[in-house]
Ligand binder design. Structure first.
Ligand code: C2E
Ligand code: CA
Ligand code: CA
Length: 671
């Protein structure tokens, strides 16, 4: 046996015989891109002087990449199955085109490598046109194939051959989706031609192809055949899919967006209406708004804010059932859509879990942050027929939840829109009232045991509303607290009280005037400074003023309340514990905090006879701790009588006088 390195001219013995054949025959070494052996007829076609000269030619020098790929593909086909091909080739010996009809198959070289054995036949009278079209077919990236009516492959161009997973593959096997293939076949049968974009199994995995099929005849056999051409449209299809995804998803969190939610709601609504279940199915639109998210953005930056939103999205997903829909509405607003027989209870069940998940600390730039959310919900079909209305109603409920102190769940109720409109109007009016100083103090006398004896007064704020007249603090103080405006009212009140007291003091009236502090004011870091400034400005003696503080302001782990109370005392102010008995009534507070006065709440003052023991105990406690008890809300002579028996010496209540305008209070003093 000769090795492949043997003089090319000799050729292996079986090949030598082919020198007798009149048609050109040659062996092509695919790996080395060289002719390995050729018979005399082939030498003539190649216009070679000798076999040695032909074998010395580097055929790879100006080989196009398409041809190179095709050759590799043939080699693989030869190796896998004993493949044979017929193709029309154009060779370019010395640059001049020669067309041959070539039959070729695999040929194993002595060293075991796979080469190809080719036999050419003259094409004869092929027209330049047909030569060009053959060239085009061989070089186009479009996959073109001919199939028998039963789907058996008859012929494929190189691109089609490179694309199939197996040369023997039937047409139907090519398509991922059986339905799509059926559609193609049906339309081909009825129309004679069809173009569809389909998912196709290829040697390179699953791809999207635009497939055109046409019924026709096989030009070689004259039999009916299908001509199928395919182009790869995967990148197009992917960008289309991405565009579709983007159109109904939020890029930051990957959650569905508003338009997706809208469509999902329509589906849920149909389900609810079609359901005959008992109890009836309901759907809910639940809006979730993060509390004070703006602070996060302001203090940590937008990147941190975004990172937090991503974590929130994840936690919301965990809080709901698998079929519930969580969407992001932009900003810090999220939405949950759910469907259940008693959807209200379902939401009430989910809410604690959601609160708990959201409350777990978040890591922002290395430091942990805390978060809460206010949730507003509306129910289909009770609170609205369409998505927009339900959203508006959920929004109103959420707004109400925020006004009520955040971190809450609120459901829409009929009439809520009215309530909220009224609330918004009240807020606007209060802003104006603060700016226009429409607040006025009334004074309720604090009296002694002797008739007509006035020891002091409690300053109680009233709003002189331009249309409504006097408005009581129960209506506006909680609203101002929620608006964060209580500090402003507190300053005005203290200013009015100090001014008034300074005037009375100058007029020679020795009175103790007490002023109420709200929780927000008490916790305000500027409180001491504000009070100090006002005292200095009004020249009011601090000892003539008393501050009323409720127990709830004293609760806490730290020493802040105690420090604040001590600082207030250091300013020279007296301190009263207000509403004693209504809250925690923690005796430790009485001992620990430096109060002068204890105001016994009217509940204990107006208590029926059999409950008066507790009131007695409170008075006894005052004696032990050196506190002056003041009975509030005294309305009857008998109430005053038994309080006197207990040893109480100071009283407030309608029995003596209601809160009075300054002029009336002064008139009373003069009497
Ligand atoms: P409070 O500090 O417990 O004030 C006593 C409330 O009881 C006053 O109501 C007063 O009008 C009412 N009252 C007085 N005598 C009687 C009585 O014999 N029977 C009954 N049933 N009630 C009586 P008002 O003025 O409506 O104030 C309500 C609350 O508003 C006050 O409760 C206080 O917590 C708050 N408040 C009032 N003015 C101010 C203020 O200037 N600043 C702050 N921070 N809070 C204030
Ligand atoms: Ca009070
Ligand atoms: Ca009180």
């Amino acid at each position: 046996m000769h090795g492949p390195e043997a003089t090319p001219g000799d050729g292996p013995a079986p090949l030598q015989a082919l020198n007798l054949v009149r048609t050109p025959v040659w062996v092509f070494d695919i790996d080395r891109r060289r002719v390995h052996w050729a018979n005399d007829a082939a030498l003539q076609v190649w216009r070679a002087e000798s076999l040695a000269e032909l074998c010395g030619r580097d055929m790879g020098a100006d080989m196009s990449p398409t041809v190179a790929t095709r050759l590799a593909q043939y080699q693989a086909d030869f190796l896998r199955h004993d493949a044979r091909f017929n193709e029309q080739w154009t060779l370019y010996p010395e640059g001049r085109p020669v067309s041959l009809h070539v039959h070729f198959c695999g040929y194993r070289l002595a060293d075991g490598r796979m080469a190809m054995l080719c036999q050419g036949e003259p094409v004869g009278t092929a027209s330049p046109e047909s030569l060009r079209s053959v060239e085009a077919l061989l070089h186009t990236p479009m996959m073109i194939a001919l199939y028998a009516p039963d789907g058996r492959p008859l012929w494929r161009n190189p691109a089609a051959r490179a694309s199939v997973r197996d040369a023997g593959e039937q047409l139907a096997e090519r398509f991922v989706d059986a339905d799509a293939w059926q559609r193609l076949a049906a339309e081909l049968a009825s129309q004679g031609h069809v173009t569809l974009t389909m998912a196709v199994n290829t040697a390179a995995g699953q791809r999207w192809h635009e497939v055109s099929a046409r019924r026709g005849l096989d030009a070689v056999t004259g039999e009916v055949a299908m001509l199928v051409s395919e182009t790869d449209v995967t990148p197009l299809k992917e960008s289309e899919a991405r565009a579709l995804y983007l159109s109904d998803h939020d890029v930051l969190t990957g959650l569905p967006n508003r338009s997706f939610a809208q469509q999902a709601f329509e589906r849920l609504a149909r389900r609810v209406l079609q359901s005959t279940a008992q109890p009836a199915l309901q759907a809910a639109v639940v809006l979730i708004d993060l509390d004070r998210f703006k602070d996060v953005n302001d203090s940590w930056g937008h990147a941190a804010g975004d990172a937090l939103l991503v974590q929130v999205a994840e936690r919301l997903r965990r809080a709901v059932r698998r079929d519930d829909i969580v969407a992001r509405f932009g900003g810090d607003e999220f939405l949950i859509l759910l469907c259940a027989p008693d959807v209200r209870s379902e939401i009430e069940r989910i809410h604690p879990r959601l609160r708990q998940l959201l409350a777990q600390p978040y890591l922002l730039g290395g430091s942990p942050a805390q978060l809460s959310a206010t949730v507003g919900a509306s129910v289909f079909p009770d609170h609205g027929q369409d998505f927009e209305t339900l959203l508006q109603h959920a929004d109103l409920a959420m707004y109400q939840g925020k006004a009520g102190g955040r971190d809450a769940l609120a459901f829409y109720q009929t009439g809520l829109s009215e309530q909220l409109r009224a609330r918004t109007q009240l807020e606007q009016e209060l802003r104006r009232a603060l700016a226009e100083r429409e607040f006025v103090l009334f004074f309720q006398p604090r009296v002694g045991p002797k008739p007509g004896q006035t020891l002091g007064a409690e300053a109680l704020v009233r709003w002189r509303h331009p249309q409504r007249g006097w408005v009581l603090p129960g209506e506006f103080i909680p609203v101002l607290e929620a608006m964060g405006q209580m500090r402003e009212l507190g300053r005005q009140v203290f200013e009015l009280a100090a001014q008034q007291q300074a005037a009375w003091h100058a007029a020679g009236w020795q009175l103790k005037l007490s002023v109420n502090l709200s929780p927000g004011e008490f916790a305000d870091p500027w409180l001491l400074q504000d009070l100090q400034d006002t005292l200095a400005r009004t020249e009011c003696p601090p000892s003539a003023l008393e501050l009323e503080i409720t127990e709830s302001m004293l609760i806490g782990e730290d020493d802040r309340p105690l420090e604040t109370l001590r600082a207030l005392r250091a300013l020279g102010l007296s301190l009263a514990l207000d509403d004693f008995g209504t809250g925690y009534s923690n005796l430790a507070y009485l001992q620990r905090f430096p109060f002068d006065t204890l105001k016994i709440d009217r509940r204990f003052v107006q208590a029926p006879e059999h409950e008066r023991g507790l009131t007695g105990a409170i008075v006894g406690l005052c004696r032990t701790l050196g506190l002056r008890p003041v009975a509030e809300g005294v309305e009857t002579v008998s109430q005053q009588a038994w309080l006197m028996e207990l040893g109480v010496r100071e009283f407030q209540g309608y029995l003596f006088a209601p809160p009075l305008p300054a002029a009336d209070f002064e008139a009373r003093l003069r009497r």
